[in-house]
Design a binder for this molecule. Structure first.
Ligand code: CP
Length: 318
């Protein structure tokens, strides 16, 4: 594995989950693998979970870890080629990337969708520049169109909590005051489509996700109907994908907020969310504080998904 940007990079998904669960039993068993290796984490956007869990994962593997917040203390980076750099950005990413790479052995990158150009976002311009110009193994810590460390942690969590072999998993859109990227729902769909689950996506009309992520998933526009008999509810807000509304908020309909009303339709479903979550927009206090909420163990599994990925990158490349 040279890069980690989507589910396919993991190869056999069942094997990857099995490896992750083995790592979880003794996360310090591989301390020798990363000795004298340096992990650089580059953040173009804010983070709590990804920053801490990925750094912890690197340390569990014996690595040295460095974090660069591009927007807090580093030179502002120009990311477009051909631009006359007479503005407020003194450094070009095409010099910055190989310089950063010269100090480390593996690079994690967080760079959200900007919603300025669908082409720029969906071509994954930023992380692909790291892949092309760093010469080092690169993994996504949430890029413009995917968050595969989150989705891998989500799948590990579903595997741990499922009560039947093939659970019904529902991804539901929920309202939010700001336009959020499609990265989390895209990757969640990507993983669920590869996993042995009955996968349903529910959202208001106009919020259709990109077809390459939805693939054969069942779309149900009636949220209450979608929740019937569900074993897992995965809530997330996202902005519209389809043109001409790319990156826009089309609805703030709070009847879509996950509450006891919808959860009563489920098969005592577990509630999941990647966090951070806006309470009483995405989910009510009662649901997120209920015994069925597994958002904390889900977040804790971010350390395990990151460690599995970094371990594989070390093993394949060094
Ligand atoms: N779920 C997630 O990626 O959280 P952070 O944005 O805090 O890293």
């Amino acid at each position: 594995m040279k890069t980690y940007t989507n589910v396919k990079d993991l190869g056999n998904l069942q094997e990857a989950v099995k490896e992750a669960l083995e790592i979880k039993k003794n996360r310090y068993a591989y301390k020798h693998i990363g000795e004298n290796k340096t992990l650089l984490m580059v953040f173009f956007n804010s983070s709590l979970r990804t920053r801490l869990s990925t750094q912890k994962a690197g340390m569990n593997l014996g690595m040295n870890t460095m974090v660069l917040d591009v927007n807090a203390g580093a030179w502002k980076l120009e990311t477009e080629r051909g631009v006359v750099m007479d503005g407020d950005k003194p450094e070009h990413i095409l010099e910055a990337i190989p310089v950063m790479a010269s100090y480390c052995d593996i690079i994690g990158v967080r760079s959200f969708a900007r919603f300025e150009s669908k082409k720029f976002d969906y071509e994954e311009t930023i992380i692909n520049q790291f892949i092309q110009y760093s010469g080092k193994p690169v993994f996504s810590m949430e890029a413009a169109t995917g968050h595969p460390l989150q989705a891998f942690a989500d799948l590990i969590t579903i595997e741990e909590y499922k009560k039947i072999a093939r659970p019904k998993v529902v991804l539901t859109w929920a309202p939010h005051p700001r336009a959020l990227p499609q990265a989390v729902p895209n990757s969640f769909a990507d993983f669920m489509n590869e996993a042995d689950v009955d996968f349903v996506i529910t959202h208001p009309e106009g919020y259709e996700l990109a077809p390459q992520f939805v693939r054969g998933a069942h779309i149900e526009y009636d949220q209450m109907k979608a929740f019937e008999g569900a074993d897992f509810i995965y809530a997330k807000s996202w902005a519209a994908y389809e043109d001409p509304n790319y990156g826009k908020v089309l609805s703030t309909d709070r009847s879509w907020t996950v509450s006891d009303r919808q959860m009563a339709k489920t098969n005592k479903a577990y509630f999941m969310h990647c966090l951070p979550v806006r309470r009483n927009m995405i989910v009510t206090d009662d649901v997120i504080e209920s015994p069925q909420s597994i958002v904390i163990p889900e977040a804790a599994n971010r350390e395990i998904s990151a460690q599995t990925v970094i371990k594989r990158l070390l093993e394949s490349n060094y």
